[in-house]
Design a binder for this molecule. Structure first.
Ligand code: SF4
Length: 153
């Protein structure tokens, strides 16, 4: 409950600040649990070895990454996520995770701005998590310079 409230307040603060960066300075950061259990691909920092089979949302992330020309990394844990965010080229982050990870991550990288998107846990925490690609796309768009707001569907 507290984590969800914190994420909402953080996102409100980021949107009021109107943080806008160039695509090469925006990192879309997601946790390892998004990758389908049993997938044989080793994704590492980039998602380039994904076969885009569609069995998990990594395929959607590749689409969003290439659509906007942003960075996208999959982190195995908090320490790795912090290392990706510490890159001097990264000026802002869209992070997908659970409330607990988002709370810890936002605090750890402050004052670097992080717009948070909660993941979807249909298989419990830390296993085969999902995301809403349209929520992620909207978050990315809102953090980029010279991007028109998404059309209402
Ligand atoms: S979409 Fe990519 S990461 Fe997901 S299961 Fe298929 S190959 Fe693996």
């Amino acid at each position: 409950m507290f984590g969800r409230l914190f994420v909402s307040l953080n996102n409100l603060f980021i949107r009021i600040r109107r943080v806008r960066v160039r695509p090469e300075h925006l990192l879309l950061l997601v946790p390892r649990c998004l990758q389908k259990t049993g997938c044989a691909q080793t994704l590492g920092e980039t998602l380039n070895d994904c076969k885009v089979c569609g069995n998990c949302n990594v395929a959607d992330l590749l689409t969003i990454r290439d659509e906007f020309g942003i960075r996208c990394s999959l982190a195995a844990g908090g320490r790795e996520a912090l290392a990706f965010v510490a890159n001097r080229q990264v000026k802002a982050v869209v992070a997908v995770a659970c409330e607990k990870e988002l709370f810890q991550g936002i605090c750890a990288v402050f004052p670097k701005p992080v717009l948070a998107v909660l993941n979807i846990q249909t298989n419990g925490p830390c296993r085969n998590t999902r995301l809403d690609p349209e929520c992620v796309r909207e978050a990315v768009r809102s953090m980029l310079k010279n991007q028109a707001p998404a059309k209402k569907r």
